[in-house]
Design a protein around this ligand. Structure first.
Ligand code: 8DG
Ligand code: MG
Ligand code: MG
Length: 147
């Protein structure tokens, strides 16, 4: 049977914050290959954003998260990629439940490895949905008073 027409999908991704650093991993994917991106993935049927965030971060890094909060949503159309895709991407922030715990690369087929990067010294190239936010001045950290 013919392939079904493509549809937009919902992705949930997490700014995992530790001090002034954020967790990034270099992608192995048909979308954004080799670029640095946040942990995250597809919203599953029946899931809340917070449940999806916790599940994806644990599947991908082994880390448990705390204090999950909704930040923003962006519309990302990838027509020039090897596999065209369209994502409505929901961004949350969270903290590692145990800050001393190191991330593990639990899906080495999808990621080259995880690392903490200072927000003032981000690696390059960033996955473009993230690059676009950074360039627009987006700041995922809570206001100083509540840190
Ligand atoms: P899953 O099977 O575990 O559900 O999916 P995944 O393999 O973990 O999916 P993903 O590619 O990591 O995330 C789904 C989509 O989310 C991705 O193809 C494009 C969109 N997306 C953004 N920004 C980011 C980001 O910073 N990180 C991640 N991981 N995905 C992002 O728009
Ligand atoms: Mg995933
Ligand atoms: Mg993922």
């Amino acid at each position: 049977s013919p392939a079904p027409p493509p549809v937009p999908r919902v992705a949930v991704v997490v700014f995992l914050l530790k001090g002034k650093a954020v967790l990034l991993g270099r992608r192995r994917s048909s979308v954004g290959d080799s670029t640095f991106a946040l942990p995250g993935g597809h919203l599953e049927f029946g899931e809340s954003f917070e449940e999806c965030a916790a599940r994806e971060v644990e599947e991908e890094t082994g880390l448990k998260i705390d204090g999950t909060e909704l930040l923003t949503v962006t519309n990302n159309v990838f027509l020039e990629e090897p596999k065209p895709a369209h994502y409505v991407t929901v961004f949350l922030r969270a903290r590692p439940a145990r800050p001393e715990q190191e991330p593990e690369n639990r899906e080495p087929d999808k990621c080259h490895g995880w690392g903490w990067y200072d927000w003032d010294d981000l690696p390059s190239p960033l996955f473009w949905p993230l690059e676009k936010m950074v360039r627009s001045g987006f700041d995922p950290f809570p206001p100083q008073a509540s840190r």
